[in-house]
Design a protein around this ligand. Structure first.
Ligand SMILES: O=C(O)CCC(=O)C(=O)O
Ligand SMILES: [Fe+2]
Length: 142
């Protein structure tokens, strides 16, 4: 219903996927998306960058299981990578869909006008057997 304002990340750092990279996201615009509603932001080409080296035992360790120090270092890493690429906003028309690679850097832009809706739905797909979440032990951040 509203913009996520989610920090920049790669979905590979949020899901526990192995073999690596067998993950895509699908972002579906359920209405025309306004800039002030905090659109999806993404950095074309950033999916070719390496996974954060601090996730030494991925898929066990990623943002979902990282302690605050490691999570902070991931954010610095990904912000530094993103700065090398062009920033784009997905100002979609209702019904348009963006499909992205699990390593593409993306997030939610700030909502600059409170009360502006951003009706959207996201689905994530991986190859059968690549979601290793059930093998991962906590504690979990979510
Ligand atoms: O919709 C957004 O603002 C971000 C969503 C996202 O990062 C995701 O679902 O993977
Ligand atoms: Fe994401």
């Amino acid at each position: 219903m509203t913009g996520s304002e989610q920090a920049l990340h790669q979905d590979m750092a949020v899901f526990h996927i192995y073999p690596h990279d067998y993950l895509i996201g699908a972002w579906i615009a359920c209405e025309d998306i306004a800039r002030q509603g905090g659109p999806l932001v993404f950095y074309p080409g950033s999916h070719r960058t390496p996974l954060f080296p601090g996730f030494t035992d991925y898929p066990q360790t990623n943002l979902r299981t990282a302690d605050p120090d490691l999570a902070g270092r991931y954010r610095e890493y990904v912000d530094g990578l993103a700065a090398r690429f062009e920033r784009r906003e997905f100002l979609a028309r209702k019904g348009q869909i963006l499909l992205w690679h699990g390593m593409l850097i993306h997030g939610g832009a700030p909502v600059t006008e409170r009360g502006t809706s951003r009706k959207s739905m996201v689905l994530h797909y991986c190859v059968r057997g690549a979601d290793r979440a059930r093998e991962v032990h906590g504690p979990f951040n979510w």
